[in-house]
Design a protein around this ligand. Structure first.
Ligand SMILES: [Zn+2]
Length: 578
């Protein structure tokens, strides 16, 4: 009871200074950040000099003179020495629990430059394992390898004769197994492709080791699950990275019960210094969707949360299609290869039967649950937005914010439907990943081909047609740091420049004002936290990132090198660098 009364009192004094100047002297801030450039990302994109914070919330924002006048005897002052503040950044699509787990326990391959380099890393790790123990690696990408080809079982077998090996591609939509793992999974030349999956084969029809989409599960289902402690460690590792990069809120878009339990444990231990909103994996059938709905129904419905805004069970995640990396995303025109060739007869495929998908969405929508659907190809995106339109027409509901995850190449039709759904129902929001153009941009340029590449991540067109979009990394598909997304939204450059440095053109570039809004104010509603985060405004949580430079004043080419020097989560310094 005391605790509740204390909270009411705190809110009362926190509102008072806004309402009446006379109360200010009686209720000084705990902390003032002054002598800086404060990029507020409020509705007018206004700039201030200083911020006052009390009880984890922003008390006031303004000039140095007005804010410093609020200080009391106990107020701590941080002199920014001209550095720049932004709201704590928000990533609307980052697999932080799984990504952290991988960083701790799997062989990291994202910086491998050739196949021999990967084989050497596998040889080194195998030397530390007992015969029969699994070796997991992740992050390889043929677009970054000198050979520009997949990693194959034949590459791995000589160094791993007695251990099963699974190396996940950076997109997570395909991976490479060694022959030991293929044997365990009983995959032979006679094995048929599973529904919505591809067993890659050599010219003679033998499995190459590469498995795509649902074919991956033939192997990954055999890998022992991580322990609860490992899952917690994974989350804690990612929290450190988030704080180091000024990111204070994240949507973790594919979780299951063990991951939720791990988040709960981290929260209960007082260690969840981040806003985390999760989507539960809904699987590929109506039965699996019903099971997910049961898990969702057991948790508070957003904007209600656990830990006062720290952990939100936001909704359900469905995969409509595959990946632009694996050429499995569902497109209207056959995929390309090497930018100019055509992957004859391959236009990808839906990962869930389209009518079943429609039923899944209806199930969640009618239960008042947010749906986020992974849709990369134009065919998949059309199906998703038309489904959203249909369920919203049948049961108009405002504010569920159903999203189109990735939305890499939306058609004109899809963009028009998104704009209409946003206006009419506060739904139909694309959650985009500009850093795809950079980190996996070389395989994207190869697979999407020259013409289609111009329509990739059409950020400027989205804005011109009134579509609000938010930004994310899809970590570990690309690195977690949001500064890469802020940069890529403007520069649209690939990592290696295999097909020229800007194969996606610059007609769809947006400036840093748009990009920063996509990672702050425009992202907050997708986590149902727009009342609390996304802008530096009185009354909002004091989630703040301090940067060495002003992103609004530096060349856009340099924004990828923006350096975070301090991060505050609800008024507490959770990271301090130099
Ligand atoms: Zn993802």
């Amino acid at each position: 009871m005391n605790k509740n009364w204390g909270r009411v009192a705190a809110i009362a004094v926190w509102i008072a200074p806004v309402a009446a100047g006379a109360a200010r002297a009686a209720t000084p801030p705990d902390l003032i950040l002054a002598h800086g450039t404060v990029i507020t990302v409020d509705s007018r994109d206004s700039i201030a000099q200083a911020v006052a914070i009390r009880d984890g919330r922003i008390l006031a924002v303004g000039s140095d003179a007005t804010i410093l006048a609020l200080q009391g005897a106990q107020t701590r002052i941080i002199d920014l020495h001209g550095r720049t503040l932004t709201p704590g950044l928000i990533d609307t699509h980052a697999h932080v629990a799984d990504g952290g787990l991988g960083e701790l326990y799997h062989v990291q391959l994202s910086d491998a430059t050739n196949v021999a380099d990967i084989v050497q890393r596998i040889r080194a790790r195998v030397g530390q394992l007992k015969p029969g123990e699994w070796l997991q690696g992740e992050g390889w990408d043929e677009g970054k390898l000198a050979e520009r080809r997949y990693v194959l079982a034949t590459d791995l077998d000589a160094v791993s004769p007695d251990n099963p090996v699974w190396l996940e591609h950076t997109t997570g939509h395909y991976g490479a197994a060694n022959s030991y793992a293929l044997r365990l999974a009983k995959i032979t030349a006679a094995t048929r492709d599973p529904p919505s999956g591809t067993i890659d084969r050599d010219a003679a029809g033998h499995p190459s080791g590469v498995l795509k989409e649902q074919a991956q599960e033939l192997v990954t289902d055999l890998i022992p699950a991580p322990s609860a402690a490992q899952r917690r460690n994974g989350i804690l590792t990612s929290l450190q990275t988030l704080h180091r990069e000024g990111i204070t809120a994240v949507k973790d878009p594919l979780i299951d019960q063990p991951t939720w339990d791990a988040y709960r444990q981290v929260l209960d231990a007082g260690q969840l210094s981040e806003h985390v909103c999760v989507l539960w994996g809904a699987g590929t059938t109506l039965a699996s969707a019903r099971a997910a709905l049961k898990s969702i129904a057991a948790q508070p419905r957003p904007p209600h949360s656990l830990g006062d805004g720290r952990l939100l069970s936001c909704g359900a995640k469905i995969f409509m299609d595959g990946s632009g990396g694996a050429r499995t995303a569902w497109v209207y025109q056959d995929w390309n290869r090497d930018q100019t060739q055509i992957d004859q007869g391959n236009s990808g495929y839906p990962l869930v039967e389209p009518q079943v998908y429609r039923e899944q969405v209806r199930l969640f929508h009618e239960a008042g649950v947010q749906v986020g659907t992974h849709a990369v190809g134009d065919h998949a995106i059309d199906w998703v937005v038309d489904t959203y339109a249909q369920v919203l027409r049948n049961k108009p509901t405002h504010g569920l914010r159903h999203s189109i995850i990735h939305a890499n190449i939306p058609s004109d039709h899809a963009i028009a439907v998104m704009a209409g759904l946003q206006r009419q129902y506060d739904a139909g929001y694309p959650e985009m990943q500009p850093p795809f153009m950079w980190w996996i941009g070389d395989i994207y340029a190869a697979n999407f081909g020259s013409a289609r590449s111009q329509r990739l991540e059409p950020l400027r067109t989205l804005e011109a047609r009134g579509v609000h979009w938010s930004g994310g990394s899809d970590y570990p598909v690309t690195p977690l740091a949001a500064r890469y997304g802020l940069w890529a939204a403007a520069e649209r450059q690939t990592l290696k420049g295999t097909f020229g440095s800007q194969p996606f053109g610059t007609a769809e570039s947006v400036d840093i004002h748009s990009a920063l809004r996509a990672y702050t104010a425009a992202a907050a509603p997708q986590l149902f936290l727009e009342g609390r985060i996304g802008a530096i405004e009185a009354g909002k949580d004091a989630d703040i990132a301090v940067w060495d430079q002003n992103p609004y004043a530096m060349p856009s080419q340099e924004i990828q090198h923006l350096h975070c020097v301090m991060t505050l989560f609800r008024g507490t310094v959770v990271y301090e660098g130099n």
